[in-house]
Design a protein around this ligand. Sequence first.
Ligand code: BGC
Length: 446
Amino acid sequence: MADRKAMLERIRESFDISRRDAAQIVKNFHVEMKRGLEGRQSSLKMIPTYVDRPTGREKGKFIALDLGGTNFRLLALELKGGGRISVRLIRNFALRKEHITKKGTGLFDLLASSVKAFLKKSGFANSRDINLGFTFSFPIAQSGIASGTLVAWTKGFNAKGVVGKDVVSLLEQALVRNGISHVKVRALANDTVGTLIARSYSDHDCDVGVIIGTGTNACYAEKVKNIKKWEGPAPRTDNMIINIEWGNFNKLKLSCYDRLLDGKSGNPGEQIMEKMVSGMYLGKLCGIVLKDLVEKKYILHFLPRKASSKIAMLRSEDISAIQADKTGSLAGVRNILENIGIRLSSREDRKIIKEVCAIISRRAARICAAAVVSVIRKIDPFILRKHTIAIDGSVYEKYTGFSSNMRSFVKEILGAKACRLRLVLSKDGSGKGAAIIAAVANCEGA
Ligand code: BGC
């Protein structure tokens, strides 16, 4: 028993993020942000997006195509001005493994044929020219409001022949191959940018967009004079949204378990923060820690050594459900274990499993809180103004205790000034935002 207590204490320590750690994260974040903005080597790519926030007056009918994970979605919507958006139709589509890992043309052909089928239902089919906003949630080096090349795949994607290519051209070619010539791709956006833009269409305090889902990232409105690497024409406003690509931030304290997870991943050394925070990895990370505890005989003693990897089958949704179990006997945890083939567990085992999941997800929320504070302090060092932080993603929305852990750490770090920050769940913004950018591009005749 004493052993187990000491073991839990060790795990707690290796996943702890104190206020002092948060201060260090903010400092490192600022160094990396500055380097990225200067075009120097940095784990933060700080990608200029060619757009600023909308005025709220943009109008028109648009289609949005939103690809960012194992699902993609199509939206038909109308911007009515005055910050009002009416969504006419939304359809979700699932990607199969072959679309994610085989030839890129297969992936883009699927997107194009889905656009074709969707247009028939959307009521837009007979319009002469249809403007499309394309949300593509991977690191893109943008070369215009509607062009950009894929720098690297993340989130387990590996479709061939896409890295280094302009993804808008790939989509347009696929549309033509599929017999669609009246759809024009007017905007290319990251999901964080879409989320920020969609919220700021009606909320002028919004200057940060965050996604904490399968992957994680954020963007914010930066003064153009601070974007030292920017060589393009000065935009009309003095600001431009910067896609930080914070999932790749690597100045964080790693535990031995994080190193193991990174080593086993498809992109070792990359997306370090994403591997500590996002839905794609939280389950895997808990699995690695718990497997170690099984092998060291701290939990589930009767499980034969060769069956220890069963515990590593937990998914992020399971981890969330484990934490939500408030029953005295932890019957919910028992069910989840049974589902992955572990039929026998003691209450003490289940208690430890629940505690480990809580430790790991609490760290994830605290890292995100420190990262949000870093971004706000970059925009407004003394936090003199109000800021809305628009957040979307399954982990933030659904994961037990995640958003409240995040908010309470923001309060701990900032004290009274935390009341100037509003962290708001902004659902479905990624697609809507791309349509708003398309509207902006259309007005500017881009
Ligand atoms: C991608 C980002 C994206 C984030 C959230 C990351 O893996 O690199 O571009 O914004 O996931 O979807």
